[in-house]
Design a protein around this ligand. Sequence first.
Ligand code: FMN
Length: 206
Amino acid sequence: MKVILVNGSPHAKGCTYTALNEVAKVLQKNGIETEIMHLGTKPISGCLACGKCFETGKCIIDDCVNEFLDKVPGADGFVFGSPVHYAAPSGQLVSFLHRAFYGKSHLFKGKVGAAVVSCRRGGAATAFDQINKYFTISGMPVVSSQYWNQVHGSTPEEVMKDEEGMQTMRTLGNNMAWLLKCIEAGREKGIVFPKGEKPIRTDFIR
Ligand SMILES: Cc1cc2nc3c(=O)[nH]c(=O)nc-3n(C[C@H](O)[C@H](O)[C@H](O)COP(=O)(O)O)c2cc1C
């Protein structure tokens, strides 16, 4: 079993990484393979709404989004981590998630997801809520912890001093491992993710 943890901060080894790494260590202790993927510092375009992905299953912009999409079939769970930027996830992570999920949410169905946010002081709850939206529109079981998955600090050293935040990360790792093992045990007993009805798509004018 494998979990991909995406670091949506421009800092490769900053506060968000410190939180994600704590989750990863606990997953590894539970025998789960992990990969931390840093989005880097190059600009990440938002979704161009061209709809090509519905035909190709890929994004027309060939960057870290397609690199990530190649890895999705081999992963059982995802943790998307972000610094809080103006009470929201980083612009980089939002652009990345729009292009990773739009037209491709079927790839994530039945795979578990969790959001992790890091802030100096405020806005964690709104950023956390925003990331959780991608899971709950895609048929992904959301993994919870003992508190909303947030750490506080401006440096990794400060984050490490946030004892409750770091414990929340460890609990998240253990809870995710437990859920992944439950899903696998269920699969062995023939319990698979529901096939679902043919989607009905309506809007407000028809
Ligand atoms: C553009 C920008 C906006 C920010 N907005 C907030 C904010 O709304 N609330 C907050 O508490 N911290 C805010 N911060 C601070 C970061 O969220 C915080 O230092 C975070 O832990 C950094 O994580 P990182 O090292 O992984 O990038 C902001 C930082 C930047 C660069």
